[in-house]
Structure formats: C-alpha cells, structure tokens
Design a protein around this ligand. Structure first.
Ligand code: SF4
Length: 305
C-alpha cells in the first residue's frame, strides 16, 4: 500500500488508483478532471437512496465534481470533470454546508464521489462533527479507491456506500479503462468494512453504521453481475447490505457515439434483472435491496448545474 503524499497530498497527487501524479495545486487537473479546488456541483435533500438511509428527512446529498473512474456510460457524466459551474468550498465552508443540510432535516450527509478530495473532505467532516453534526456521514463512491486514501476517513465516515461495478478485467477495461478495477475495489471494500464493521440499524430501521455495496447491472453482462454477487456474498454475506440496481439508462453521449458498445445503447431486460434478483436470493442474501424496473430513466438523474 503506497502512502498518501504527506507533504502535499494534491501535489503530486496520488490519491486514487490512477496515481497520475498531477500537480493539482496550480490549477492543473488530473485524470479525475479536477484541481485541488473542492468543487460541489449540487447539494440537495435527496430521497432516492436506499430506504435505510436518511430516514424521513432524506439524505443531504453533496455532489462533488470529478471522478477518478469515469465509466464511459456514466449517468452523472456531466459532472465527472470540472464544469465551471460548481461552487468551490474551503474546509470550513464545506463543514458549514453539512451542518446546514442537517439543520434542514437531512437524516444523513451523503458525500457523492468525494474521495479525490479526501484530505479536504476529511477535515471538513471532522470540523462539522466537532461543531455538532450528529447524523451519519455516508461516503458514496465508485469502489475504485486507494486504501491509503480511505484511511484518511478513519473514524469519520459512518456508512460506506461503494459500487462494485465489474468483475472481469475485460469489462473494466472496456467500460472504464481500469484493468485493475476488481482487485483494487476488493481491497478498498475490505478497508471500508474494517472501518465500519457490520451493518447497524436503529430502532426505526435507519442505518447508523456499516456498508451497502451497490451493483448497477449493465445490459449484456449477466455473468459478470453473477460473479460480483458470488464474491460479495462469500466475502461479507449479511454483514453488509447489497443493493442491486436496475436503473441503467443509455445517455445521449452513448446513443450518439458510433463507437460506443452496442449493448450500452439499450436498457436492461427485465428478465435478466429478475434472474439476477433470484440468484441473489438463492445465495442466501437477505440484507438486500432491489429496484423497480421503472427506476430506469432520466428521472433518477439529479438536475446538475
Ligand atoms: S485523484 Fe485525480 S489527480 Fe489524483 S491521482 Fe487520481 S486521477 Fe490523478
């Protein structure tokens, strides 16, 4: 495990598994598409997360710009690099934003794709907690994370909400140019589970601690999805929740791209999604969420700036 650059974690930046070494302190951007300016595209009360997250007040979602994985079909592709329309926050400002969302009723703070800003976000979460933030803090991320960077979140993140997207190298190369995706994400999930432990729900059924791993089923990838579920159930079982997502939506940039894989130009077949749900149940996983097939479509995508 390579350590985070102690002198300045953003220059050269090796915070994510891309380890591209960009100098993000002088306005340059790395593969993740962002400089060291912590940029939030959108913050909102979000009620579309898994039902154990946030409770009646919903989640206070904070959507960060940039992403170090950048899958070609991304539903949030408009904000996977700096847009010029986001708001830049320093650590105290970010802490204030978390506290504001909680004061508006959010039952959790949902940090969406924050890890390429981990040093700053960790400080902001610590400040917010020191200043009275009492709701759980969720790290909602791609799974393609470095263990050394996740350690910055030790004791600060209450709930990890990572994806586990691809099992085969073929799929992770084809869709994200990340041949090491599965092995890297497997190590990251182990670290997340080490930090949070077994899932804990309060008396109202709201999650206060633990891990929910999401898997977005892609058209034409039933076998890869089955391998993902085999792995998650054998590794963690009912100590975690598994959230099986059917909401894949072909975005215009995929539909209009002649070179995009044909299978990504259609939505998921309900038959294959049903098969995968049955497969998960047959594996004995009871801590699980599944989506209605009607979840596919642009309504699931926030109105980004
Ligand atoms: S977080 Fe961004 S700049 Fe840093 S190594 Fe990853 S892609 Fe490069």
């Amino acid at each position: 495990m390579e350590a985070v650059n102690a002198k300045d974690p953003y220059s050269p930046c090796n915070l994510c598994p891309r380890r591209c070494g960009a100098d993000r302190t002088h306005g340059k951007t790395g593969f993740c598409g962002t400089s060291a300016d912590v940029t939030v595209n959108l913050s909102m009360i979000h009620r579309g997360e898994e039902p154990v997250l946030g409770g009646p007040g919903g989640c206070g979602a904070v959507f960060f710009e940039g992403c170090s994985l950048r899958c070609i079909f991304c539903q949030n592709h408009r904000i996977t690099k700096a847009t010029g329309k986001g708001a830049v926050y320093d650590e105290n400002g970010l802490a204030d934003l978390f506290l504001k969302l909680a004061s508006e009723g959010a039952g959790a703070i949902d940090l969406v794709t924050p890890v390429h800003f981990a040093p700053s976000v960790a400080k902001a979460v610590r400040t917010a907690k020191d200043n009275g933030l009492s709701v759980p803090v969720i790290c909602n991320c791609s799974g393609y994370e470095s263990v050394s960077t996740l350690r910055l979140f030790e004791g600060l993140i209450d709930i990890y909400l990572p994806d586990l997207k691809y099992h085969s190298r073929k799929a992770s190369v084809k869709y994200a140019n990340a041949p090491d995706y599965f092995t890297t994400a497997a190590a990251a999930l182990d670290e997340m589970f080490r930090q949070t432990g077994k899932a804990v729900l309060d008396k109202n059924g709201i999650m206060t601690r633990g891990m929910i791993v999401r898997h977005l089923m892609l058209p034409g990838n039933l076998f890869d999805s089955k391998h993902i579920l085999d792995y998650l159930v054998s590794r963690f079982g009912n100590n975690i929740y598994i959230s099986l997502m059917s909401q894949y939506t072909p975005m215009p940039h995929i539909l209009e791209n002649e070179k995009a894989p044909e299978e990504l130009k259609r939505t998921l077949s309900s038959g294959n999604y049903d098969k995968l749900c049955d497969y998960l149940a047959d594996l004995g996983q009871t801590n699980a969420f599944v989506q209605e097939m009607s979840s596919s479509g642009s309504l699931m995508i926030p109105a980004f700036n």
